[in-house]
Design a protein around this ligand. Structure first.
Ligand code: ZN
Ligand code: ZN
Length: 373
């Protein structure tokens, strides 16, 4: 097809991303070409750029894309050019975990999301005719165009603000799914959320939907604590507060029914378990990169407390993302309040705002005429 795109290329771990002209290869039968309208920046992109995830370089990162279908492979019948789509992680839809309704735990997850290649070893992108690793989370959407398996694209209505939807596909799904799909709080229960970034604040929005009566957020940044209160948190704490676990237990009437660890250092996970009542459940969702050993008090776990590691909210994007969009339309899930938009060419500023926490969820947007193939 000889298509070209502009993409942010990671040449080597630890180096800045550079926006370059790249070549987009021919679509496979089951793939679609998506013109990206917007793409969120997730901390996992930063972790990968620093070398914390074994994605081979050179590579194109970006995994919270949304946009418009421009072309479809010969076997694709669910999507046609012009359809609006929200992209999420890639799952094979064929293995035992996919068949059992847990595509986030697809047995081919690493191959499909981190290897930078299709299953047949080919790459979706090249630069100066040299292979460029795409397929990051099945999309590599820090680019004007992305090649995506049709089964990883969720079709959405054309009247939605398509450029803002991308974060639903990873960060928002992660926080909301951890609460609504895994913890499943009862009405009136209590929850403590560690980390007031996009994942933690999505967990807060979900806790409001679940009608938790006590929603406590712990974060070092005053701006995020203030934002958490506007989104439905009932109390907030600075993570540097002395005797934090004791104060959180007091704030939840003697211990929380649930906790969400979106920070995932050993210290924060231990605190997230220590604040639980008995019985109580904690989910830990942060990706630190590499091994991350923690020490927990096993005798506390014996008293009916549990810790579950969760990625992507254990949610099936094809089911869960339309549910979140319906809640947003009903005014019950204002995830857009977490978003700050940046032009794609302002990528360095957007990355810095992600690192510093100045922006909760930066979204890169593209001029609609850009990169028309
Ligand atoms: Zn699978
Ligand atoms: Zn992510």
């Amino acid at each position: 097809m000889g298509r070209t795109a502009r993409a942010a290329v990671l040449g080597a771990y630890g180096e800045p991303l550079e926006i370059r002209d790249v070549e987009v290869g021919d679509l496979r039968d089951d793939e679609v070409l998506v013109r990206i309208a917007g793409v969120g920046i997730c901390h996992t992109d930063l972790t990968a750029a620093a070398g914390g995830v074994p994605v081979p370089v050179p590579a194109v990162l970006g995994h919270e894309g949304s946009g418009v279908v421009e072309a479809v492979g010969s076997a694709v019948d669910a999507l046609v050019p012009g359809d609006h789509v929200l992209l999420s992680y890639s799952a094979c839809r064929d293995c035992i975990n996919c068949a059992n309704g847990h595509p986030a735990y697809c047995t081919r997850f690493a191959l499909r999301n981190y290897s930078g290649r299709r299953a047949d070893g080919s790459t979706t992108l090249s630069m100066n005719s040299v292979a460029l690793h795409g397929n990051w989370f099945g999309q590599s959407s820090f680019a004007t165009h992305a090649v995506v398996a049709a089964s990883d694209a969720v079709q959405v209505a054309g009247d939605l603000p398509i450029e803002l939807l991308g974060p639903l596909g990873c960060g928002i799904q992660t926080g909301a799914g951890a609460v609504l799909r895994v913890l499943r709080p009862r009405t009136g229960s209590s929850i403590v959320v560690f980390g007031g970034g996009a994942v933690g604040l999505a967990a807060v929005l979900a806790a409001v939907i679940a009608e938790c009566s006590t929603i406590v957020v712990v974060d070092p940044l005053p701006t995020r604590r203030e934002l958490a209160l506007t989104l439905g948190a009932t109390a907030v704490f600075d993570s540097a507060e002395p005797d934090l676990a004791k104060k959180l237990r007091a704030a939840t009437g003697g211990g929380a029914d649930h906790s969400v660890d979106a920070v995932s250092t050993p210290e924060v996970l231990a605190t997230a378990v220590a604040v639980l009542r008995s019985p109580g459940s904690c989910v830990t969702v942060g990706l630190r990169g590499g091994r991350n050993p923690v020490t927990l008090d096993q005798s506390a776990l014996l008293m009916g407390r549990s810790v579950t590691g969760v990625i992507e909210g254990d949610a099936d994007p094809q089911q869960f993302l339309p549910e979140l969009i319906a809640l947003w339309r009903a005014g019950k899930f204002p995830f857009d309040k977490l978003i700050t938009t940046f032009d794609f060419d302002d990528l360095p500023a957007a990355l810095e705002a992600t690192r510093s926490g100045a922006a909760v969820k930066p979204v890169l947007t593209f001029a609609s005429s850009e990169g028309q193939a």
